[in-house]
Design a protein around this ligand. Structure first.
Ligand SMILES: Cc1cc2nc3c(=O)[nH]c(=O)nc-3n(C[C@H](O)[C@H](O)[C@H](O)COP(=O)(O)O)c2cc1C
Length: 170
């Protein structure tokens, strides 16, 4: 597998479409195994502080939450066609109970620009260094708060400086 550098802005429409279905895979380092992987459907792709930024939202109940809080970086992985069931699975079971990487027989590689793992099987991945962490609070619009957080578990928001975007080529 060869990595080819890709322009961030050019792949945002595709990432947006994937967020809607089936989701993207957030991969972070896990001391117990090479990595943990979690499906995400909510994220922001843009430009802030004159830099390319990718922002992901993780609820405190996720195993990923424990891991990302100890990490300096994360990767966002866009899986190829045919991985839809696997992406869904990674969004329905927790790394507390299941080694999702081993279950799927995936290969973990170390980022080119950050100390964070990515999936060799991905079609493309973003490498992101955490530059700011924030929280969704009850100052959120009342309708969104009621609909998205009926049981609390308000997301923590991780702003990642995009240090590299890589397409995986055979
Ligand atoms: C399509 C889809 C999108 C999801 N998006 C998010 C998200 O953006 N943030 C989040 O905290 N959980 C999200 N989830 C739920 C987590 O992926 C799920 O709870 C997962 O099992 C957590 O894994 P972990 O405990 O190993 O971290 C999503 C689930 C699915 C199926």
């Amino acid at each position: 597998m060869r990595l080819a550098t890709v322009d961030y802005a050019s792949i945002v429409p595709d990432l947006m479409a994937q967020l809607a279905s089936p989701g993207l895979l957030l991969v972070v380092r896990d001391e117990r195994r090479p990595a943990n992987v979690m499906t995400i459907g909510w994220a922001l792709f843009g430009r802030v502080w004159s830099r390319p930024i990718c922002t992901v939202l993780v609820r405190p109940s996720r195993y990923t939450f424990d891991l990302i809080n100890r990490a300096v970086a994360f990767t966002v992985n866009r899986m190829p066609e045919g991985f839809e069931r696997a992406v869904n699975r990674c969004g329905t079971v927790s790394g507390r109970d299941v080694d999702k990487i081993a279950e799927h027989g995936w290969t973990v590689a170390r980022g080119e620009t950050v100390d964070a793992p990515y999936l060799a099987e991905a079609a493309l991945h973003l490498e992101c260094r955490v530059v700011l962490t924030g929280e969704v609070t009850d100052r959120l619009d009342a309708e969104l708060l009621a609909n998205c957080y009926p049981r609390g578990d308000l997301h923590t928001v991780y702003y990642g400086l995009v240090t590299g975007v890589f397409r995986h080529e055979p």
